[in-house]
Write a protein that binds this ligand. Structure first.
Ligand SMILES: *Cc1c(COP(=O)(O)O)cnc(C)c1O
Length: 216
């Protein structure tokens, strides 16, 4: 499937093009076809590409990979949205770094719904337990939730996780001042399962391979 077909099917505003390990030229090519939001996993690679592509004035960079606390100072204010806030300690560190830099950072809370050891993210019960503290952090705006379900052959097998993320969003919305933290975004679905994710209410699907081909 081509970029144009996917865009026609799900809408331009729902596509985050995941460009990790892809050369800057491929990002430029997709930008020229109209894509604006790009997601990167590794901080240094992302900052290098931002610099290489700084002539693209309205490009939008998202950070989607696991973030170590000691890198927080390099990322605040550099990304339109950080999808991978996976612990209260990381959120607290990001908020402190925002204070230093006098910026506000938009974030998503990453939830590990299958409790996979290999994946980062809050467990569901921990998000609920930490929610008041997360919402109280002064320099972060929580825009929604992100999940990365287990890899499967068919998207259908991950439908329950996408449903569960949407239900968790609804539960948390009831406990949130939505003027402060809109909590209206759901970042879920990749090349394998984006259609199912859209059916279950994804507002952003993170598409790598299907847009750029295999990674180096
Ligand atoms: C790499 C990555 C993707 C994209 O995966 P594809 O299968 O290439 O579409 C999406 N989300 C995260 C968090 C990733 O690390």
């Amino acid at each position: 499937m081509s970029f144009k077909e996917i865009r026609a099917e799900i809408g331009a505003d729902k596509i985050l093009a995941v460009s990790k390990l892809q050369p800057a030229q491929k990002i430029r090519d997709l930008y020229e076809q109209g894509q604006r939001a790009f997601g990167e996993n590794y901080v240094q690679e992302a900052l290098d590409k931002k610099d290489l592509l700084k002539d693209l004035s309205d490009i939008e960079w998202h950070l989607i990979g696991h973030l170590q606390k000691n890198k927080a100072k390099f990322v605040v204010g550099q990304f339109a949205l950080i999808h991978s806030v996976d612990s209260l300690e990381l959120a607290q560190t990001l908020s402190r770094q925002c204070e230093n830099k006098q910026v506000t950072q938009k974030i998503l809370i990453q939830v590990n719904l299958a409790n996979e050891e290999s994946k980062s993210g809050f467990d569901k019960n921990t998000v609920i337990a930490d929610w008041t503290k997360l919402c109280a952090l002064p320099h972060l705006t929580i825009e929604g939730l992100m999940t990365m379900p287990p890899l499967t052959e068919t998207g259908e097998e991950v439908r329950p996780y996408f449903k569960e993320l949407r239900e968790l969003q609804q539960t948390l919305q009831k406990q949130t001042d939505l003027n402060q933290h809109p909590l209206n975004k759901l970042s879920m679905g990749t090349s394998n399962d984006f259609r199912v994710a859209i059916q279950e209410g994804a507002t952003l699907v993170r598409l790598g391979t299907i847009l750029f081909g295999a990674r180096n």
